[in-house]
Design a protein around this ligand. Structure first.
Ligand code: FO1
Length: 336
């Protein structure tokens, strides 16, 4: 079975670990990774979400943190600080630096990011095919108001430095409008047997991937069923600060509102329940947590078959059960 997953960082990576456990080594999993979080620091290109997926599936992740390397040291960061060179708020460890040096060196030699990612994965053997959404530069910026003035800051500055404590007024995937899907992205979507949206951030992770021209349309037109898992349980994100960026796009922090935001593939064009106001909807199925069982009827009323199952990714076995539930729902809604 060919499974395509549109993934952000920590939530996407942890879901993928459960998915791999659920489907076993025979399954063919292609991960289309968000690169809107990418940042250039100290002359190096850092790809947090690609690396989080690669390290998590390759056994090198700092488990508690969810990003960066296990058993990390920070000698380079400390030396940079001694020179007065920052930013200090972004924690790049020594082992992690090596990844960014190799990536930047290969990019400088003319390799596209997709080829570089493949080369890095040759070391980590994540057991999936990891493709960046685009080889072109896309950088998510967040419009905020500070000291009475509006300004756009890099997503990492909003997320890590400001801890998303300043209201986000708009999310801008800079460069997305002229980016092209990386080689293999559209083909993987068209040839997939199942497409999954993991419980990643619907705005700055999955939303940014869908903002690359051609990807949203490919998902909407895919022969495979598209099933998503809610990143919201109750009125709060499973992890991270998804609520802060959902507000910026006018979406309530609830499992049902996120489903409506993605929209139903079954809804007729122009139907208010389909497409989140952005054209054709994307979902054939949606999973909410048991705590949100009340939302099932609301999601189904929007034309999206929905089931309530446990969605806390507390360990690999429970996450594998979530993945199985998503695949079962995909089978149940598969078009004849
Ligand atoms: N997240 C933090 O909260 N603080 C950090 O200092 C930090 C550094 C960092 C370095 C490399 C990397 O791959 C990820 C890193 N992250 C850090 C995570 C990252 O900011 C976000 O969680 C993702 O971009 C959102 O998916």
């Amino acid at each position: 079975m060919r499974i395509v997953v549109l993934a952000g960082g920590i939530g996407g990576a942890r879901f993928l670990r459960g998915l791999k456990e659920a489907v076993g080594p025979q399954a063919d999993i292609t991960v289309i990774g968000n690169t809107g979080d990418d940042i250039h620091l100290f002359g190096l290109k850092v790809c947090p979400d690609l690396d989080t997926v690669m390290y998590t599936l390759g056994g090198g992740i700092h488990e508690e943190q969810g990003w960066g390397r296990a058993d990390e040291s920070f000698a380079v960061k400390d030396e940079l600080k001694a020179y007065g060179v920052g930013p200090e708020w972004f924690g790049l460890g020594d082992k992690d630096f090596a990844t960014h040096i190799v990536r930047t060196q290969m990019l400088g030699a003319g390799y596209p990011l997709s080829a570089v990612t493949e080369a890095l994965c040759a070391r980590w053997q994540p057991g999936v095919r990891l493709i960046p959404m685009s080889d072109d530069r896309v950088e998510t910026h967040v419009l905020i108001e500070q000291d009475g003035a509006k300004k756009a800051v890099h997503f990492q500055e909003f997320w890590v430095k400001l801890h998303a404590t300043v209201p986000a007024e708009a999310i801008i995937p800079v460069g997305a409008e002229s980016a092209r899907p990386a080689p293999g992205v559209l083909e993987a979507i068209a040839e997939a047997d199942v497409i999954l949206f993991p419980p990643s951030n619907p705005v700055v992770s999955v939303g940014t991937i869908l903002a690359v021209p051609g990807i949203r349309a490919a998902v909407a037109a895919a022969a495979a069923p598209v099933v998503g898992l809610s990143p919201i349980i109750g009125a709060a994100p499973v992890r991270g600060m998804a609520d802060k960026v959902l507000a910026a796009v006018g979406v309530e922090t609830s499992a049902a509102a996120v489903a409506r935001h993605y929209g139903s593939r079954a809804a007729a064009p122009g139907d208010a329940s389909g497409g989140g106001g952005q054209g054709a909807g994307l979902l054939d199925g949606w999973l909410v947590d048991e705590a949100d069982a009340d939302a099932v009827a609301e999601v189904e009323a929007a034309g999206i078959p929905c089931r309530a199952v446990p969605l806390w990714m507390t360990d690999v076995e429970r996450t594998a059960a979530m993945a199985r539930a998503a695949l079962e729902l995909a089978e149940a809604v598969r078009r004849a």
